[in-house]
Design a protein around this ligand. Structure first.
Ligand SMILES: Cc1cc2nc3c(=O)[nH]c(=O)nc-3n(C[C@H](O)[C@H](O)[C@H](O)COP(=O)(O)O)c2cc1C
Length: 164
């Protein structure tokens, strides 16, 4: 029996994750993309990675701008995740989805009300199959109170406490 991409997706879908929106300045506008292929890489220096499909518009924007925000979504921000997962979206209706952005001192757009944001500076980009691994140094973080939005088996979830 040969492994299919659907088998692979199903297996990876068992790995529950949080949900982020990658935010990048694009000529003064904010471009966002929903991403869960995000992880920490190193503590010293503080590095993270995000894997981006080479067909995503975000791919070119990250290469061009080299600075971006990783916004960890709160449990009530599912509409924002759905909005930034639409490839056809021109992003002029972001506010209807509840997405408002502030700018850091460096001019990086960051999502207002996200559970946390990390301001990142691109260090290197490694091609890997149909994605590119963007490795970036974390320059600034903000962490807020609240519960995360989760993604498991292709569906959004909330947190449930496990009995100890
Ligand atoms: C929960 C979720 C997680 C996603 N994670 C990623 C990801 O890590 N990398 C990626 O390239 N696309 C990911 N996507 C798909 C992109 O959000 C989607 O293709 C988006 O339309 C790309 O936008 P862009 O073309 O404006 O960059 C994810 C979608 C969802 C719903």
């Amino acid at each position: 029996m040969s492994l299919t991409s659907s088998d692979f997706r199903k297996a990876m879908g068992c790995f529950a994750t949080g949900v982020t929106v990658i935010s990048v300045d694009q000529g003064g506008e904010v471009h966002g993309m929903t991403a869960n292929a995000f992880t920490s890489v190193s503590l010293d220096p503080m590095l993270v990675l995000v894997c981006v499909d080479y067909r995503a518009r975000t791919h070119a924007h990250l290469h061009a701008r080299k600075r971006f925000g990783v916004n960890v979504l709160r449990s009530d921000q599912q509409a924002i995740s759905e909005y930034y997962a639409r490839s056809s979206e021109a992003h002029q209706h972001a506010e209807d989805a509840g997405a408002h952005f502030d700018r850091t001192a460096q001019g990086t757009p960051v999502l207002r009300g996200a559970l946390a944001y990390l301001e990142c500076r691109l260090q290197r980009a490694e091609k890997a199959g149909d994605h590119t691994i963007f490795i970036a140094e974390v320059e600034e973080v903000v962490v807020r109170e609240g519960e995360p939005l989760l993604y498991f088996r292709g569906q959004y979830r909330g947190m449930e406490k496990v009995k100890s």
